[in-house]
Each structure stands twice: as C-alpha cells, then as structure tokens.
Design a protein around this ligand. Structure first.
Ligand code: TXA
Ligand code: MG
Length: 321
C-alpha cells in the first residue's frame, strides 16, 4: 500500500522519517513529481531503480535545499555559481564533478565521476529536503520510459504499491522536467531542454550552447534516449489533418473532425501548454481507447522558449520503442 500524505508539517516530517528509513516517497516539485530516496543510502537508491524499472546506467538528479549545500558535494566553477544565483531555486539541473567527500551513493550517479544537482523551487520539495537534512535523489515518479507525472494521481497510476508514500503537492507549475546543463567539460553543453529556456541560459552564459544530439545507442545523458516519455497509444506529431481513429492534442483552434480533443492552450500560450502536456498525454491514453480511437495526433507547436522542451518531449514520445 502506498500512503497518501498531505502538505502538513506532521506529514512532511513523517515523509522525511520514511526516507531516513530507506523508503521511497514521491513528492511534488515545480517541474514534475519526483520519486525520492535518501541519496546517501545505496540500498534506497537501488530501490528507486527497481520501482521505476529504470536501467542502472541512467543516473539520478540529487536535490538540495540550497546551492551552498549542493556545492559541498560537487565542485562549482564560477559559471556554475553564477547560474545557481540566477536560476536556483528553479528548474535547472547542473552536471558537475563530484567532490571526493561527496556522501551520495555512487549508484545514484550510475558510477560517473559527475553528479547532477538541483535546488527545486516547490515548497513541499524544499521542506522535505530540509527535514531530511540530506540530499534527495529523485528521478521523475513514473515507470521508466513512460509519461512523467504532474499530479499525485499520475504517480499512483504508475507506482501504487511500489513506493511507501506520495505527498499530495498539487499540480506542477512548470509541467516539464528541468533543463539539464553539463558544466563538467571544457564548454557548457545542453543535455536536455526543460523548464529554464535555452534563450535565458544563453543570455546568462553569454554564448551559444552546444547541444548533445539524440543518440539511441551511446547516450551522453542517458535520459536523452530517443524513445521516452511515451504514452501507450502511438503518437503522431506536427499533424495538420486528422485520421478517423485519431484523438487530438490541440494547440490553438482544433483541427476539424476531432472526436476527442485535449486542448493544450486555446490562446497558444507555450507556458500553459507545457504545464498541461503530460496531463494531456495521460488523459488521452486512457480516454481514447474506449471511444475506439487508437492513436494521438499532436498539432504543431513553435520551437522557441519552452516550446523547444515541449517539442523535445513530443518527438521522443512519438518515437517507436
Ligand atoms: O525536473 C526534473 O529534473 C525532475 C524532478 C523530479 O527534479 N527529475 C527528472 O529526473 O526529470 P530524471 O531521472 O527523469 O531525469 C534526469 C536526467 C536524465 O536525463 C539523466 O540521464 C540526466 O538527468 N543525468 C543525471 N545525472 C547525470 C550525469 N551525471 N551526467 C549526465 N546526465 C545526467
Ligand atoms: Mg524521467
């Protein structure tokens, strides 16, 4: 049984006690729900991979209460400090070299010499990490390869019975995962577009970012695997017309002939579309089949600002396994 906890002080302390005890607790962040474990407990971290069905070569992000706490475990360059000042707490993950004293279980970083760290902006996440007093390793709280959760109900649909508890933290404000930036090499490298727009990062860094291209076989960042974030139904992107058995993921005025539509943003607001994207995929996945609809068609979405991250997720959701 998975306990459903609330945002009360008492429940957060209980959740922290579960984590201290090596159990897994899902909690809200501003991006998506995370599946948390005490990052310093190798057995608890192993249980995260087990509960998600996640390949062990795919490292986890460690969540900290402050930049200061994060930078005691990883080596921060001046650029890392500047970005942390600008974007933390918030949806930016920095990949940096581990310090020798770093207490995070090696398994959390999949044995790499680097560690992905972030300071989340959600009050539930912040209070939970502070109550534990240790870093919290947390991937998105979904089965590996599936659609990330933006509500506690999504978490339970995928992980009920596999985790000790979920903290009902409300819907996630950003709705897409954090931007992952690798600062461990000679030049900053974008591993995953996400909640912090690339334009904002480049303005802050003062140069264009190099980007890791999708590579199914030799992923630089294993989360860059081509098929990912996938709903059960096949997904077709950039649709300009609709087949008879397709449900519609709309952005702006819907295509004609849709029998079932999930509207990402009537007014074509990209932030609204990002916040609703995963909810839309979850909803269409279980609402379409009973109506004899066997696929999802997604309308085109611009690629600027957070539209870049939306298109990244849709492209990978559309890629066959
Ligand atoms: O918004 C988010 O980032 C959410 C919330 C819960 O914080 N977490 C999340 O975690 O999306 P996950 O595990 O689903 O994605 C982590 C990504 C993966 O693409 C992983 O490969 C990459 O970060 N990553 C983690 N550690 C890394 C490292 N040391 N080097 C390169 N990539 C790393
Ligand atoms: Mg994930």
């Amino acid at each position: 049984m998975t306990e459903i906890l609330n945002r009360t002080e008492r429940d957060i302390l209980h959740a922290a006690a579960l984590l201290r005890d090596g159990k897994l607790v899902a909690f809200g962040t501003e991006t998506v729900y995370g599946l948390g474990a005490d990052a310093t407990n190798a057995l608890a971290v192993a249980a995260v991979f087990e509960a998600k069905g996640r390949p062990r070569f795919n490292p986890l992000i460690c969540h900290y209460a402050s930049a200061e706490a994060a930078f005691t475990d990883v080596l921060a360059s001046p650029l890392a400090e500047r970005l942390a000042n600008t974007f933390w707490p918030g949806p930016l993950t920095l990949v940096l070299p581990r310090r020798e004293t770093c207490p995070v279980a090696l398994l959390a970083g999949a044995g790499l010499h680097t560690l992905a760290v972030r300071v989340p902006a959600h009050p539930v996440a912040q209070r939970l990490i502070a109550a534990l007093g240790r870093p919290v390793a947390a991937p998105s709280a979904n089965r590996s390869g599936g659609v990330s959760p933006t509500t506690a109900a999504h978490v339970l649909a995928g992980l009920e019975g596999r985790i000790a508890a979920v903290i009902e933290s409300g819907p996630c404000r950003v709705g897409l995962e954090s931007t992952v930036l690798d600062l461990s090499g000679p030049t900053p490298c974008l591993l995953r577009p996400g909640g912090v727009n690339v334009e904002a990062l480049e303005a802050s860094i003062g140069c264009q970012l190099s980007v890791i291209s999708h590579q199914a076989d030799a992923p630089h960042s294993p989360g860059m695997m081509l098929s990912h974030y996938a709903p059960r139904l096949p997904l077709r992107i950039n649709a300009t017309s609709l087949g008879p058995h397709e449900a519609l993921l709309a952005f702006g005025p819907p295509l004609p002939g849709a029998r079932l539509t999930f509207q990402l943003s009537e007014s074509k607001n990209l932030n609204e579309a990002a916040a609703k994207l995963f909810d839309g995929l979850h909803w269409l996945d279980h609402t379409a089949p009973p109506q004899n609809l066997t696929a999802i068609a997604a309308m085109p979405i611009p690629t600027h600002a957070i539209g870049r991250a939306i298109n990244d997720r849709l492209t990978r959701a559309a890629h066959p396994l």
